[in-house]
Design a protein around this ligand. Structure first.
Ligand code: PEP
Length: 274
């Protein structure tokens, strides 16, 4: 049933799924609220989603609020077909790690997902290939779905090493990940220079990197996994550019920061995908 709805969504927008695609991919809208919003502001934003959209049908919506607001939001969205995740976790199972959040605690608070390897974490908190991989493994073992972020810096893009950087990030994060685990992983390609800057990768450039990622996954796993996995684009996505971003065949959704913090733009993005 979902498969059919997905095909209709694509056809309405004149975006046909490639024939060789083993499985059409359901679009995802992920909202990363970062270190923003009070509890009341988060509540109001969630209320406006529920009042205006109800439960999404044609797309998957995943909210990444502050850790502190997760239980309150998880309760509100229960049964509404909306996912909720932490913006990070710690890779150890539990114990004396003051200030950290464990995977089992995210699950216990109602999380379905977790964001791992966001460029802000890699940059400000020195997450590296090894810690990102450990976090992915911990999240999966706790039953969370992982949204893995990858992307190059402006310097790397200007030095023409985007492909190498992104493939390295993917290969290192996928160490010891099984074919079965891949059912619970999506990838967000976020060129660092496009995050929060108002600059957006051209849809062609973004689509090119998405193809590289899909090809790398085909090489690491197999063709079916590469064709099934959702690869999102992130970096200054807004209501006035989502159409051109989503028009690219290999872009299966969007990870949105700034524009997901305001009711109007968030609803507009959701309406477009749903
Ligand atoms: C992000 O941080 O994941 C992001 C894409 O932010 P923005 O939409 O503000 O560029």
């Amino acid at each position: 049933m979902k498969k059919k709805l997905f095909l209709i969504w694509r056809e309405e927008k004149k975006l046909c799924v490639r024939e060789e695609d083993a499985m059409p991919r359901r679009p995802i809208l992920a909202a990363n609220w970062k270190m923003n919003l009070t509890s009341n502001q988060s509540k109001l934003l969630v209320d406006s989603i529920l009042n205006n959209l109800g439960a999404p049908v044609n797309c998957e919506i995943i909210l990444f609020p502050s850790f502190l607001h997760i239980p309150m939001i998880a309760e509100k969205i229960a049964g509404k077909n909306i996912g909720i995740g932490g913006q990070n976790l710690y890779f150890e199972e539990k114990g004396a790690y003051t200030g950290e959040i464990a995977a089992f605690q995210l699950v216990d608070s109602g999380c379905t997902h977790v964001l791992i390897g966001h460029s802000e974490r890699r940059h400000y908190f020195h997450e590296n290939y090894e810690t990102v991989n450990k976090k992915v493994l911990r999240a999966l073992s706790a039953g969370l779905k992982v949204m893995l972020c990858v992307g190059e810096s402006l310097e790397e893009r200007e030095n023409n090493v985007t492909e190498m950087v992104v493939v390295d990030q993917i290969e290192s994060a996928m160490q010891n990940i099984s074919h079965k685990d891949m059912n619970d992983i999506s990838i967000a390609y976020e060129p660092i220079w496009a995050i929060g800057t108002g600059r957006i990768a051209t849809p062609d450039d973004a689509a090119h990197v998405h193809q590289i990622i899909r090809k790398a996954l085909g090489r690491i796993f197999d063709k079916e996994i590469a064709s099934k996995i959702c690869i999102l684009y992130g970096g200054s996505v807004k209501p006035d550019n989502i159409k051109e971003v989503m028009a690219e065949e290999d872009i299966d959704g969007v990870l949105v920061g700034g524009a997901s913090l305001k009711t109007d733009s968030l609803l507009e993005l959701m309406r477009f995908l749903n």
